[in-house]
Design a protein around this ligand. Sequence first.
Ligand SMILES: [Zn+2]
Length: 497
Amino acid sequence: AKGKKTWIYKADNVRDFAFASSRKFLWDAMGVDLNGRKVMCMSYWPKEGEPLWSRYSTHAVAHSVDVYSKFTFDYPYPVAISVNAPIGGMEYPMICWQRPRPEKDGTYSKRTKYGLISVIIHEVGHNWFPMIVNSDERQWMWMDEGLDSFVQFLTEQEWEEDYPSRIMPEREGGLLGYLKQENKMPIMTGADSLQSTGYNAYTKPTLALNILRESVLGREQFDYAFKQYAQRWMFKRPTPADFFRTMEDASGQDLDWFWRGWFYGTDHTDISIENIHRYSVDTRDPYKEKTSKKNKRDDEPKRLFQNRNKSLPKRVDSFPELKDFYNEFDELEITDKDREAYEKMLKGLSDKEKALLEEKRHFYKIDLKNNGGLVMPVVIKATFEDDTTQEFRLPAQIWRRSPEAVSKMLVTEKKIAKLEIDPNRETADVDIENNFYPRRIREHQFRLSKPSKSGNPLRDKKKAAEKSKRDEEKRKQAEEKKKAESEKKKTEEKKKD
Ligand SMILES: [Zn+2]
């Protein structure tokens, strides 16, 4: 039809707007129920997005609306839309754009698949930060990108088990490599001056908040406080202090040290075990003490000169009359005098002292050194001589008198064979090797050539299937040809007959 048509759109409580139009769009939708209210989750994409977009886009939108609502407040808008366009992830209220598409042959790499799901979650998540919890992106980039990336991580982990979240740094390289560098900026740097924004605005805040949740506050306290922040500041203008203050007063914890270290500072986590000392009571029991001293002495290696002098002829061997009592006497041999002294001492002990003598537990002093500067909780896994283990969780407050080094006492029922700190890899410790006591050998590899790029296994599989199909056809053709030839031969032979 000819003529003009006017569309009028109205949206409440939005701080920006955008729209998309195309004759080519495919469209699907799925409702998400939020406490009885239906939010319509939708996707628009051209056929070039197939088969990825019909499979994942709307589900990713619906999943985001679901999980973000759980961690913050119910999504207040009526619709949430994901559009495929050549824009590398861009957010607006209720609508966002994503670039990832499959290859022309319909195959796609693992990175493309999870890249698409992740970017949809991230951009839909921006509805909460900063569209509704309305922080100022031009001053503090982490307040929207960081908080959104953190909830994106939580949302991804509820998509499938061990979802490959690129927003959560791997142990090697990436953010942990950056954190070790000398010249860094704090997360709190103004957005105009901020460098390495991928780390400082996205992955470092995500890592920090995950540590705050898992290792400092615990999930219950953190989730309550985080929700408080989102709900207090929805449709308002929070500044960093509002976030820090809400997390503290809602959790009831003083977190100044945490904000100082992770948001205002550039230190990293690198805690090492320097030494272990074992303390035991001197029982004065000659059987115990003298025997153990004797064993220790006899276990000591002979010194070099002693070994070399061993074969030298000795005067006392040439003149045996020179030998007397002291040539045989061992001062660590138990004597009657020792026994009597011990009996006498026992009689003079108070009950308290006697109880101490019977102490069966082991006392260890662990010397910890803070190489990275960041004060963090310390998790210690002790492995005992019988291979059983025990975990000790020490709060960050252990560093309050000296952030450089601290010693902690561990009291155990069994004898410790070895120690490991951060056994669950929860504190982003950049050097794992100094977490072991005793140390492990540091493993390195010579590289013979450049590593190959990660490819598209789905296409490899498709190509392999096509090749085996072609091979199969060739084989059939060859077989038929052979058959035809032998038939021909037969008829010719028959003719001869
Ligand atoms: Zn973003």
